[in-house]
Structure formats: structure tokens, C-alpha cells
Design a protein around this ligand. Structure first.
Ligand SMILES: C=CC1=C(C)c2cc3[nH]c(cc4nc(cc5[nH]c(cc1n2)c(C)c5CCC(=O)O)C(CCC(=O)O)=C4C)c(C)c3C=C
Ligand code: FES
Ligand SMILES: [Fe+2]
Length: 411
């Protein structure tokens, strides 16, 4: 096979045996890594996928209009382009007030860029053979959008006939088709639009397009579990010693519409896996429940709801309650406004109802991201076994095509 130049000075690797999907046992593994000298397979683009949030109050309208236009999140069928804008416009003033109340915007961009850049610095040391690792963030509904990031990758020398390796690393630890699935469908869409016409070179692989692999879920990764556990332990220390072990731990995750749950979405089970792993790490000392927040609109959503759970426990006399946001890795409107201002602020017991810090810049968490990425880079897999399987109730052509694409990538 002819050698061609990759991004910067990277020669293409020889063809690898396809190992598209690996065991989910990787969720639980944090392997030791050999530190070797020399860089032969880099550069590697590390692309953090997430929904994003408006950085300023003025960006709320655009954020919501993109969100309500997303048929993977809010399926409105052929009426999407009519009803979506109406719903987002109606909701904008209320949500603008909420972002104004948390300081004028979502901190998700700041945290995502920091987490990705710090992870890449660690990876450069842990995995010199795939260095340098270049950090990118691709948001679904806010800047930097997936399109902009894809164009940046091309401008930086990935793809464009030169190949190059990129890892799409979802920042949702638990997989839902409405979150990670939507981000991957969007990434696949821009890959088709911006690179789909790249001329094949005859071997079916080295057509000079970006070679993608995906870290699609990591709900019970030991480093993630450790980062959550340490933050929970720190907050528990704020309760008097004699009450500490009886504080009820309330793991709160963004809810899903029951239509999505009944379609067979993996998210509820994966959130439960995170809770189970964290409770095991904490030796199951405290009583706990998994509860669900942030329902939008009138249709039935998975419960019990976070707000009514807190009210009900307080009414029953249980006032020591510790809320743990378990499905998001940085602060956002649902921690800073919904939990802090509404649930805790309106509970009448802000001294005993508390919230665990989000992972944000936690060094334990950033190390976990690097461990996960290192084990993925070493694994030679394109995505998890789970990602290849569609929901039993899925009727989306986007899911079929994007899953086929990512599962067929050879790394
Ligand atoms: C794992 C987390 C999330 C899941 C699952 C999820 C599903 C989901 N969300 C909506 C509708 C909305 N979500 C909104 C904001 C929002 N959602 C999440 C996370 C998940 N959503 C976050 C972190 C945020 C806030 C972003 C930030 O502040 O940075 C909104 C906009 C706010 C509002 O109008 O209330 C909507 C709408 C649906 C329908 C859904 C499942 C299908
Ligand atoms: S909705 Fe889950 S795979 Fe399509
Ligand atoms: Fe949401």
C-alpha cells in the first residue's frame, strides 16, 4: 500500500483488521498503560460531543430553535419545521430568565473546553504513540456547532485526502438516542456533507477521509464512579456525624418521555448502572433513590419527579436529602437553576437539602476521561457492541445509516 502524508507529517498506517465493536466490559476497566517514547500514529483529534448551552441570554433563542428542530430529541414528524419554531419562540422568554438568574449563560462551553484540553495534555504523556492529541468540542445546539467543528478539523489538516484519526467522545456518560444518538447522527450528517464525496482509493478504506471511532457510553467507568463518590463524600461531611449515614441520597437524572423509554432507549438502564456502581463504591451505607428531573411539556415522562420526591420526603419528615446530578458532567441550567433555585430554594429546608458539586474541573474526573480515552485508543475498536443495536421501536433512517457508518470504521 502506498504511503501518503496525513495531517502535518503523518504517514498512513497499514490496514487494520476490522474490530468494529467490543465488549461492554470496557465500561468497568481502567487499564494500566505502557509509557513509550516516540510519536508514530498521531496527531489524534479528540472531539467532545455534547448538547451545549447558550453562553449568553441573547443566544437562548437560537439554542432553543435548534433544540426544537431536532427530530431525534423532539420528534414532530413533517410538522417539525412549523411547530418547532413556534414552541421554541413561546419558551424563549421563560428560559432567558432562567439563564439570566444563573449568571447570564450556561457554563458548559467553558467546562467542556477545559476538560478536553486538560485531558489531551494527560493523553500526550500517557499515549505518546497517538500524540499530539488535539482538543475539539462539537455541540448539538450551541456554538461551537458540529458543522463548525468539522470544518475546523478539515482546516487543521484532518481529512481532505490526508486521512487522520478522530475520536468522537460523548460527554453524556449514559447513552440515549435523544442525546448521544442525536449528536452522532449530526456528526454523520456533516461527515456526509463535507467529506461524503471524497474519492475512494480502491481499497474501500483509505479514501483520505477522517477515520472516526466513538466512545459512546461509559456509565460505570471506575474513574467516573470515583469522581462522583469523592464529591458525594465531601458533601456528606457537611452533615453532623450522627446524621450522616442516614442522609437520603437522591440521584437525579434528566427524565425521558415515556414514548422514548418504551421505544427501548438504553438510558434508564445505564443511569441505573451508574447509580449502582457509585453506591457500591460508597459501600451502600446510605439509603438512596434514582429520580428524574426536567420534564418538558404535557406528555408522560419517566418518574418519580425530583421536585415532588423532595416535597414528599420532607412531608414524611425526612429532611436530610442530598441531590446528586448523575447524568451530566458539568453545571448547567438544570443544576444551577432547577435544583439550586427551585427544588432546594423552594423546599424551605435549604440547610438540610443540599446538592453535590458537579464534576466540572475535578482532577479525578479529568484523569478518568484520559484513562477512558487511552483504553479506547489502545482497543482498536470503532464503537461499543451496544451502539450497533437499534432500539426495538426505532423507525429512524438516520439511526440506521449513522450506526452503519460508525460501526464500519476501521481503526
Ligand atoms: C442526559 C441528559 C439529558 C437528556 C436525556 C435529555 C433529554 C431531553 N431533553 C429534552 C428537552 C430539553 N432539554 C433542555 C435542556 C437541557 N437538557 C439537558 C440534558 C438532557 N436532556 C441539559 C443539560 C439541558 C440544559 C443545557 C444547559 O443549560 O447547558 C431544554 C431547554 C431548556 C428548557 O426549555 O427547559 C429542552 C426543551 C427532551 C424533549 C429530551 C428527551 C427526549
Ligand atoms: S431511536 Fe434508538 S436506535 Fe433509533
Ligand atoms: Fe434536555
Amino acid at each position: 500500500m502506498a504511503l501518503r502524508l496525513g495531517p502535518v507529517i503523518r504517514p498512513l498506517r497499514p490496514l487494520a483488521i476490522a474490530k468494529p465493536c467490543a465488549s461492554q466490559a470496557r465500561w468497568f476497566a481502567t487499564p494500566a498503560y505502557p509509557v513509550t517514547q516516540g510519536s508514530s500514529r498521531g496527531p489524534t483529534a479528540m472531539v467532545f460531543l455534547n448538547m451545549g448551552g447558550p453562553s449568553t441570554v441573547d443566544e437562548v433563542g437560537d439554542f432553543l430553535s435548534r433544540l426544537f428542530a431536532d427530530g431525534d430529541l423532539i420528534p414532530l414528524g413533517r410538522l417539525q419545521s412549523y411547530i418547532g419554531p413556534l414552541l421554541s419562540k413561546r419558551r424563549t422568554p421563560k428560559i432567558q430568565k432562567q439563564y439570566a438568574a444563573i449568571g447570564g449563560g450556561s457554563p458548559i462551553r467553558k467546562w467542556s473546553e477545559l476538560q478536553c484540553a486538560e485531558m489531551c495534555k494527560l493523553l500526550d504523556k500517557m499515549s505518546p504513540e497517538t500524540a499530539p492529541h488535539k482538543p475539539y468540542v462539537a455541540f448539538r445546539y450551541a456554538n461551537p456547532l458540529t458543522e463548525e467543528t468539522y470544518r475546523q478539523l478539515l482546516a487543521d489538516g484532518f481529512g481532505n485526502g490526508r486521512g487522520g484519526r478522530a475520536v468522537a467522545f460523548t460527554q453524556y456518560p449514559q447513552y440515549s438516542c435523544s442525546t448521544t444518538g442525536s449528536s452522532l447522527n449530526e456528526l454523520w450528517k456533516w461527515r456526509q456533507r463535507l467529506e461524503g464525496k471524497a474519492a475512494p482509493l480502491g481499497d474501500g478504506r483509505d479514501d483520505g477521509t477522517i477515520n472516526w471511532s466513538v466512545i459512546d457510553r461509559w456509565p460505570a467507568h471506575s474513574g467516573l464512579v470515583e469522581a462522583f463518590a469523592q464529591n458525594i463524600e465531601a458533601k456528606l461531611m457537611e452533615y453532623p456525624a450522627e446524621r450522616r449515614d442516614k442522609v437520603v441520597l437522591l440521584f437525579s437524572a434528566h427524565s425521558l418521555p415515556m414514548t422514548v423509554v418504551n421505544r427501548g432507549d438504553p438510558y434508564p438502564a445505564e443511569v441505573a448502572a451508574s447509580v449502582h456502581a457509585v453506591m457500591n463504591r460508597l459501600n451502600n451505607v446510605n439509603p438512596y433513590r434514582l429520580i428524574w428531573q426536567s420534564q418538558v411539556g404535557p406528555q408522560p415522562w419517566l418518574g418519580p419527579q425530583t421536585s415532588s420526591t423532595v416535597e414528599n420526603y420532607i412531608a414524611k419528615g425526612q429532611k436530610d436529602l442530598l441531590l446528586i446530578p448523575i447524568a451530566f458532567t458539568s453545571d448547567h441550567i438544570e443544576t444551577l437553576y432547577e435544583l439550586d433555585e427551585e427544588v432546594i430554594g423552594e423546599s424551605g429546608h435549604a440547610d438540610t437539602v443540599k446538592r453535590v458539586e458537579s464534576l466540572n474541573g475535578s482532577p479525578v474526573f479529568i484523569q478518568a476521561l484520559a484513562d477512558l480515552a487511552k483504553s479506547h485508543l489502545d482497543s482498536g475498536i470503532a464503537c461499543s457492541t451496544q451502539m450497533g443495536l437499534r432500539c426495538p421501536g426505532c423507525k429512524s433512517d438516520r439511526c440506521t445509516e449513522s450506526k452503519k457508518f460508525f460501526a464500519s470504521q476501521q481503526v
